[in-house]
Design a protein around this ligand. Structure first.
Ligand code: WT7
Length: 654
């Protein structure tokens, strides 16, 4: 549906409420100023996709131009074959050359309230010094460097310094436990770890270095641990292994030549949950990834030189990689970076920040929006949010109620909302409105971006014109994952085995009569908790790791705030009591093993679990029980009695 097709009458009401079909038309004023204000971009991409992507790759600075746009040996893609470039050069040097060195890159705010303003010059200096420091310690092109940090500027320096010398960064979210960090370091065989003494979150200090120490004990590949002084808390520095960041960079030289990287050289590995428990190391390379994030930053966020952008994600997730670091910085964007939580010291912290820095574009997650809804409108109302002109959402489907609330109470009824669908694997946004062009429907991510061929399929692989099915991608795109680190078989099996030649992201979707996509969430055993993928297996293995647990089955249940919450069915070993103390102990145990984000909301003690004859746990039934629904088909169940007992038991507890 295009703007032109919406009748004049509808346009005048702007936000037309038509039962199932609420639409929001971009205002003429927004459209006129937008970078992309004309839908011809879709046709241009469809006409010759490779030429189209080549044009957008050309917006980057290349040391050597590519010979060929795409080499596609299903399921292995190479983009911009033969091209040479450097990501840190594209995010820094080229801006300095254009005289943008004094432009603010980051307005940083720590949770306790201290602030820093960093220009592109400042970041350039910090990155060059750190790059030299790392080189001096023996880090070379291709080495993996793990980064376990709070939301401070040094985290960005670390990523860009790695990119500068051709080292592969693997950022591990600072909320992950020692075990999770260890597992990722081991899988990536990282040689180096960059961390901080601690960080601030909800008024408390996270003991990052202490956690890192526990992880590193069992990681023989780690040669050095570099520690940023953030909180000043006491930490143990192991002689010979641990070094202070400030001491290293103080001594380092000011300029480090950026390594000319092949377009297909690895830029980073980022771990995401998988059904078999072991996290998957998603591999992204340099040229295609940068092309994808840089192009979508312009199309979707419409960022111009004077904008103040704020993406509230943690740098530890792909959203932070693509839309804090590489996308915005490739365009010399000015952005806000905030270390802490939205309710510290009060529930208006985000809105205070928007007001203070006059944020114009704000990108957050539905789970946060639902939390703000619960806290009440008095918090945003107390702040001046009139600087905002565009809002974004990512991480899970945004329910129409939350969309409308976000639009009214944060976007003062004026800001378009871009609901952006993508994944760690896709590298950049694939399904999203282009705000100056697309007519919005609350709850729909609208349409595939130019150059992206998404479809909805039946189980058998037939294209669904209208109705529900599985989301799939018909052709490769520049920022797509290049594989799972060290495991090509798993890569093929996970993403490319469902239908011939099609990428399967694992999401269900519905397509409506206007060709709009409505994402329906995961179809497998991955839960989506507060916008993050957590596998049921990971939580199950954390539970059975506790000495009192014999067996467990975990399901994601609908949660108003987080999208999904975790419910765990647990069979205790002989001699252990299923009381409230056990409940607390096990919840705490999971949080310690994986991180607070995986803490189960409910534990349901049971004597048996419903299994199929082949011994597979029937999660669907557990979900029905945990959500209090009528049970679905039970014919494949080995022992139907189990489920009756469980149901009664659960109802007692609920
Ligand atoms: C999964 C990817 C993309 C960065 C954050 C999460 C879900 C993401 C949307 C959206 C509906 C969404 C999907 C996807 N998802 N954005 N706008 N609408 N669902 O990255 O951890 O790799 O998770 O998040 O289920 O597959 P991730």
């Amino acid at each position: 549906m295009t703007k032109q097709e919406i009748s004049r009458a509808q346009r005048e009401t702007v936000n037309v409420l038509l039962e199932e079909n609420r639409v929001f038309v971009p205002s003429d004023a927004f459209q006129q100023q937008a970078i992309i204000h004309d839908e011809s971009i879709y046709a241009e991409a469809a006409k010759d996709r490779e030429a189209f992507w080549g044009k957008w790759a050309g917006e980057l600075d290349w040391f050597k131009k590519w010979d060929k746009v795409l080499d596609w040996q299903l399921p292995f893609a190479q983009w911009f074959v033969g091209g040479k470039l450097n990501a840190s050069y594209n995010c820094l040097d080229r801006h300095l050359k254009k005289g943008l060195g004094n432009k603010t890159a980051i307005f940083w705010e720590g949770e306790p309230g201290e602030t820093k303003r960093l220009t592109y010059n400042d970041i350039y200096c910090a990155v060059n010094k750190l790059a030299n420091g790392l080189k001096g310690l023996g880090v070379i092109k291709g080495d993996r460097v793990a980064i376990y940090m709070p939301m401070i500027p040094e985290t960005i320096f670390a990523m860009l310094a790695c990119a500068r010398i051709g080292a592969v960064h693997t950022v591990v979210f600072g909320g992950f436990s020692a075990d999770s960090l260890k597992e990722r370091i081991k899988d990536a065989q990282a040689k180096f770890l960059i961390t901080a003494d601690g960080g601030y979150r909800k008024g408390k200090v996270l003991a990052l270095k202490e956690t890192a120490d526990q992880a590193v004990v069992e990681c023989p590949t780690i040669e050095h641990v570099l520690v940023v002084r953030r909180t000043g808390q006491d930490v143990l520095m192991r002689q010979g292994r641990d070094l202070w960041y400030h001491e290293l960079v103080d001594k380092a030289a000011d300029y480090c030549e950026p390594e000319p990287m092949d377009a297909e050289d690895m830029l980073y590995i980022l771990y995401t949950s998988g059904t078999t428990g072991k996290p998957k190391g998603i591999v992204h390379t340099t040229g295609g990834y940068l092309t994808g994030v840089a192009a979508t930053t312009r199309w979707v966020f419409d960022i111009k030189p004077e904008d103040i952008f704020w993406c509230t994600a943690d740098v530890g997730w792909v959203t932070g990689h693509s839309y804090i670091v590489y996308g915005p910085m490739a365009h010399a964007v000015t952005q806000v970076m905030y270390e802490g939580s939205p309710d510290y010291p009060q529930r208006d912290r985000f809105w205070k920040i928007v007001e203070k820095y006059k944020v114009t574009i704000f990108y957050t997650a539905p789970t946060a929006i639902r939390t703000f809804m619960r806290w009440g409108t008095q918090w945003p109302q107390g702040c001046n949010l009139s600087s905002l002109r565009l809002l974004g959402s990512v991480g899970e489907p945004i329910n129409p109620e939350a969309w409308v609330w976000y639009h009214q109470h944060i976007g003062h009824g004026q800001c378009p909302i871009v609901d952006t669908w993508w994944q760690t694997e896709t590298g950049s946004i694939l399904i999203s409105p282009i705000p100056g062009v697309t007519v919005l429907k609350p709850g729909s991510a609208t349409k595939p971006l130019p150059g992206i061929e998404a479809v909805v399929l039946t189980q058998e692989g037939k294209i669904v014109e209208k109705g529900g099915g599985y989301l799939a991608l018909k052709s490769p795109w520049p920022s797509m994952l290049r594989g799972i680190y060290g495991d090509n078989e798993r890569y093929k099996k996970t993403y490319w085995s469902r239908w011939p030649g099609m990428y399967f992201p694992g999401d269900g979707a519905k397509i409506d009569a206007d060709g709009y996509f409505w994402l329906l969430g995961r179809v497998d055993d991955i839960m989506l908790v507060a916008g993050h993928n957590i596998s049921t297996m990971e939580v199950e293995s954390a539970l059975v790791d506790h000495p009192s647990v014999a067996e467990s089955a975990v399901v994601g249940i609908t949660d108003e705030i987080k999208g999904q919450a975790i419910a765990a069915f647990v069979i205790l070993k002989e001699g252990h009591k299923p009381d409230s103390q056990a409940d607390e102990t096990l919840k705490g145990h999971v949080a310690k093993k994986i991180g607070a984000i995986a803490r189960p909301q409910k534990i349901i003690f049971t004597a048996e679990l419903p299994k199929t004859r082949s011994g597979k746990i029937m999660r669907r039934l557990l979900r029905d029980i945990a959500e209090g629904r009528a049970l679905g088909d039970v014919t494949t169940l080995a022992d139907t009695h189990v489920i009756e007992v469980l149901k009664e038991k659960y109802q007692e507890e609920a």
